[in-house]
Unconditional design. Structure first.
Ligand SMILES: C[S@@+](CC[C@H](N)C(=O)[O-])C[C@H]1O[C@@H](n2cnc3c(N)ncnc32)[C@H](O)[C@@H]1O
Length: 344
C-alpha cells in the first residue's frame, strides 16, 4: 500500500507537469500550516485538505462556470447554477479564496467570486489541462475514531495544539482574580486545562466531557496526583451543567449548528455564577470571511465532519448575546486560536 508521503510525492510530481506556480502555491499552503500549527502535513493531511478543496471545486465545475460567466458571481448564484448546497458552496469558495484559487470582491450585496488566471488555465475542463481527474482524495477518514487507540491518537493531536498556543489563549484576557472555578465544557483530555492551572495556580478546573472521553483523560492524560484538575462526566445537551465562575468552550462551538450552540450557551448562562463568564476559543474568520486560510480550511473540514462551522467575531457575539451574555470582548491572539469573552 502507498504511504501518505509516497502518494504526496506522486501528486507533487504530477502537479509539476502542469505548472510550477500552482505547485508552489500548494506547497506554501502546506508549509504555512506546518509553521502555524506545528503539525506536519503527514499527521494532519492539511495538504490533502487543500487538494480536497481544489478538486471538489473542480469537479463541481466552479472554475468552468466562472470562466464562462460574464462577471464575478455570488455564492448563492454559483450554488444554484451547479445544483449544490448554498451553505457548503460558500465555505468551499471562501477556502478557494484563501488558497488563492479564486479572487473575491466584497460588495454591499455580499461576496462575488472570480477565477484567477491560474485557475482558468489549470482547473477548467474546457481548457483541457484540468487537474481534476488526477486523483480522488480520501476525505480525512482517519478522523473517524473506531477504536480507543484511534481516539487516544486523535486526542493527542488535539492536545498538542495547546502546548503550542494554549498560553496565548489563556493569557489573552486577565482572568484572575474574578474567576476561581473553571469549567471547560467538552474539555477533552485536558491539554488546555493544564495551561489554565499553570497560568492561574489558584484556580480549580473541572473538565466536563462525555464519560468515554473522561475515562481516556484519567487513564492516559491527567495523572491522579494532579488535584487541581477534576472531572465531570455528562452530556452537555442533556445533563445539568455545574455552577462555575468561568466556562471555557474551546473548539466546541465549531462542531455545532447555531441552534445547538445557542442551546448550550443558554444552559451555561443559567448555571454561570453572577459576575462569571464564558470564554470561547476558536479560529475566528475575518468578518468578510476572506481569511485566514486556516479558518477557511477548518470550516470546510467542519462541513464534512460535523454539524458546525467556523464563525466570525460578530457571529459569536450574536450567539453570546442571544444566550444572555454581555460585555463581549474579542481578542485575536495572532496564533492559531482566538478568544471571545462574554460576562453574565
Ligand atoms: C473538538 S473536541 C475539543 C476538545 C477540547 N476542548 C480541546 O480543545 O482540546 C470537542 C469535545 O467536545 C466533547 N463533546 C461533544 N459532545 C459532547 C456532549 N454532548 N457533552 C459533553 N461533551 C461533548 C467531545 O467529547 C470532545 O472532547
Amino acid at each position: 500500500m502507498q504511504s501518505v508521503l509516497d502518494r504526496e510525492t506522486e501528486i507533487e510530481r504530477c502537479l509539476l507537469q502542469f505548472g510550477h506556480k500552482l505547485l508552489d502555491l500548494i506547497k506554501r499552503a502546506k508549509q504555512a500550516f506546518r509553521i502555524v500549527s506545528g503539525f506536519d502535513a503527514q499527521d494532519f493531511n492539511c495538504f490533502f485538505v487543500c487538494l480536497f478543496v481544489m478538486f471538489t471545486a473542480c469537479e463541481l465545475g466552479v472554475f468552468d462556470l466562472l470562466l464562462e460567466s460574464e462577471g464575478p458571481l455570488s455564492s448563492d448564484a454559483i450554488a444554484e447554477r451547479l445544483g449544490a448546497s448554498t451553505n457548503g458552496m460558500e465555505r468551499l469558495l471562501d477556502a478557494c479564496v484563501g488558497l488563492k484559487l479564486l479572487g473575491v470582491e466584497i460588495k454591499s450585496e455580499g461576496a462575488f467570486y472570480r477565477n484567477t488566471e491560474l485557475s482558468s488555465l489549470y482547473l477548467t475542463k474546457s481548457r483541457g489541462q484540468t487537474l481534476c481527474h488526477l486523483y480522488k482524495i480520501p476525505v480525512l477518514t482517519h478522523f473517524a475514531m473506531k477504536s480507543e487507540e484511534e481516539m487516544i491518537k486523535f486526542m493527542q493531536f488535539l492536545n498538542a495544539f495547546w502546548s503550542i498556543c494554549g498560553k496565548d489563549v489563556i493569557a489573552a484576557f486577565d482572568l484572575s482574580p474574578s474567576f476561581m472555578i473553571w469549567e471547560p465544557m467538552g474539555g477533552g483530555v485536558g491539554g488546555l486545562a493544564k495551561e489554565c492551572i499553570s497560568l492561574y495556580p489558584n484556580s480549580t478546573v473541572t473538565i466536563y466531557d462525555l464519560p468515554k472521553i473522561v475515562q481516556v483523560a484519567k487513564e492516559h492524560f491527567i495523572p491522579p496526583e494532579e488535584c487541581r484538575i477534576t472531572f465531570h462526566e455528562g452530556d452537555f445537551f442533556k445533563d445539568p451543567v455545574p455552577e462555575a465562575d468561568l466556562y471555557i468552550l474551546a473548539r466546541v462551538l465549531h462542531d455545532w449548528a447555531d441552534d445547538k450552540c445557542l442551546q448550550l450557551l443558554t444552559k451555561v448562562h443559567k448555571s454561570c455564577k453572577p459576575g462569571g463568564g464564558v470564554l470561547i476559543v476558536e479560529t475566528l474568520l475575518n468578518e468578510d470571511k476572506t481569511g485566514p486560510l486556516e479558518a477557511q480550511l477548518f470550516s470546510v473540514i467542519m462541513l464534512v465532519q460535523t454539524e458546525g462551522k467556523e464563525r466570525t467575531p460578530t457571529e459569536h457575539s450574536k450567539l453570546l448575546t442571544a444566550a444572555g451574555f454581555r460585555e463581549i470582548q474579542v481578542k485575536k491572539t495572532g496564533k492559531f486560536f482566538d478568544v471571545v469573552l462574554g460576562r453574565k
